[in-house]
Design a binder for this molecule. Structure first.
Ligand SMILES: NC(=O)c1ccc[n+]([C@@H]2O[C@H](COP(=O)([O-])OP(=O)(O)OC[C@H]3O[C@@H](n4cnc5c(N)ncnc54)[C@H](O)[C@@H]3O)[C@@H](O)[C@H]2O)c1
Length: 452
């Protein structure tokens, strides 16, 4: 569904009116376009003191042609100055070496000149250490403080910008930095902001960045339309062979998409008694990537919620993903170094009126990711949840106008996300090197005010 307000606010007359009335002024966000090679098109500035900044400088030429350091003689890169530009598209600040409260001012010193010289839709990443891995209380507190800083900067940056905090577990997790920054500094993370992620060591690496999923087989449930269809397209774009699953009623759309993507289709209700067996049968060679995207809403306040409405949502959204994953694991069909992604929801984090059933199911998915992660890690398998906020799909088009408008604007981007935004996050989690991230929740919500 098109966002008419966003379109109007970006016309000359709209810009004047929106400015005069102090209304939200959403900018069209830059998105990844198939065929693009470089994660960043524009200048990248690296700053801070620590080994992680040096590690980023080591592969910066693979991210963009224009890379700079904040100081002379740093990282062997030319120095960027506010006076001479160029405008900045990406900022990486290594805060991992900060351990005393007085050192936190380094953040202000680095970001202040840079913020006045940002290009459109800039991406910012602060690198830190996981506070719970540090024994010194002040050092741990300083690292925790970075979370407040990045979340606030996410609200201040505007211009369609994003800000994330990446905790890099020491030692060995730096090898995952390139994969993470290729996502977090590029338009692939257009609608992801104010997220805190933890990178752990991972032995797997992407060998060809133009087709990071080449040689992998991916299953996507609920793939005939909306977010599921976008996930299927994106995984296929990145080189995966896709098996698309949806209910028998959606068979025509499913078959059409599968044949366009050179994949296979499976018309199956994931709640059917024989669904686990049928799925195992459809994957005789096994599967590397499982995306549990199929989901339903059956909204009613709890006072009016029937058993049927409650059970149907728990069955589709929570029980089926658990049972299908279990069946694939038991049959040995989920390969070593596999990637499981569960599509949760902001409702599962913030709660929502009329969605006790839905929020319960989605919070349960987050619980599944967290509880399964340690066991699956023994086989190099990662499992994560992606929690979309307001995404422009048939599901959100059905929401009454005023609630829909509130949902769209109540985030730092002042707009809804697109199915592609969720799909890009899934595709990043699906990469071989993304075994560095497991048991975590990534919100794709434009830094929604809800549940923040
Ligand atoms: N659209 C949003 O803003 C939003 C926000 C947060 C979370 N989500 C989640 O993202 C996922 C996709 O949402 P969407 O907006 O694309 O919804 P959608 O309704 O357009 O698509 C859901 C798909 O799941 C399929 N499905 C439902 N029950 C099934 C079953 N029993 N077996 C097999 N397939 C089944 C449907 O046929 C449909 O193709 C859902 O899990 C949803 O809860 C969406």
């Amino acid at each position: 569904m098109s966002d008419r307000y966003l379109n109007f606010a970006n016309t000359p007359a709209g810009r004047r009116l929106v400015g005069a009335l102090g209304l939200p002024a959403p900018l069209p966000l830059e998105r990844w376009v198939a065929g693009r090679n470089r994660p960043l098109e524009g200048a990248l500035l690296i700053g801070g003191d620590g080994e992680l900044g040096a590690a980023v400088a080591g592969f910066a030429n693979r991210l963009t042609d224009e890379h700079f350091a904040a100081r002379d003689d740093q990282y062997g890169l030319p120095r960027w100055t506010a006076e001479h530009g160029p405008k900045l598209k990406g900022l990486v600040f290594d805060a991992s070496g900060l351990s005393r409260f007085e050192e936190l001012d380094a953040l202000r010193q680095f970001f202040q000149p840079a913020l006045k010289n940002l290009g459109r839709c800039p991406h910012v990443v602060v690198l830190g250490r996981a506070p719970d891995t540090l024994s010194d209380p002040q050092a741990s507190s300083v690292q925790r403080a970075l979370e407040g800083f990045t979340r606030s900067l996410g609200k201040e940056i505007r211009r369609g910008g994003t800000v994330q905090l990446l905790h890099v577990v020491d030692p060995g997790a730096e090898t995952g930095l390139e994969g993470a920054l290729r996502f977090l500094l590029s338009p692939k993370s257009a609608y992801v902001s104010a997220q805190v992620l933890r990178l752990q060591p991972c032995a797997q690496q992407v060998s060809d960045w133009t087709r990071p999923l080449a040689g992998k087989t991916a299953l996507v449930t609920g793939a005939s339309r909306g977010i599921g269809a976008a996930i299927a397209e994106t995984l296929a774009r990145d080189g995966a062979e896709v098996l698309l699953l949806d209910v028998p009623q959606a068979k025509d759309a499913l078959d059409a998409l599968a044949s366009r993507l050179g994949g296979r289709s499976l018309a199956l209700d994931i709640c059917a008694d024989d669904a686990p067996a049928k799925l195992v049968e459809a994957l005789p060679e096994g599967v590397d990537i499982i995306v549990h995207n199929a989901g339903i809403t059956r909204d009613k306040t709890l006072a009016k919620m029937s058993e049927g409405l409650w059970e149907s949502v728990i069955d589709v959204n929570l029980r089926a993903p658990q049972q299908l994953t279990e069946a694939l694991l038991q049959a040995g069909a989920l390969r070593d170094n596999g990637r499981v992604v569960l599509i949760a929801s902001l409702s599962g984090i913030a709660g929502n009126v009329g969605q006790t059933n839905y929020a319960t199911s989605k919070a349960g998915l987050i619980g599944l990711a967290q509880s399964w992660a340690p066991t699956l890690a023994e086989r190099g398998i990662s499992i994560n949840a992606v929690a979309p906020g307001f995404i422009e799909t048939g599901m959100t088009a059905a929401i009454p106008f005023t609630i829909r408008e509130a949902g769209r604007r109540m985030n730092s981007m002042n707009q809804g996300g697109l199915p592609q935004d969720v799909a890009e996050a899934v595709a990043w989690f699906a990469q071989p090197g993304s075994g560095a991230v497991t048991g975590q929740v990534l919100r794709v919500c434009g830094q929604s005010l809800l549940g923040a």
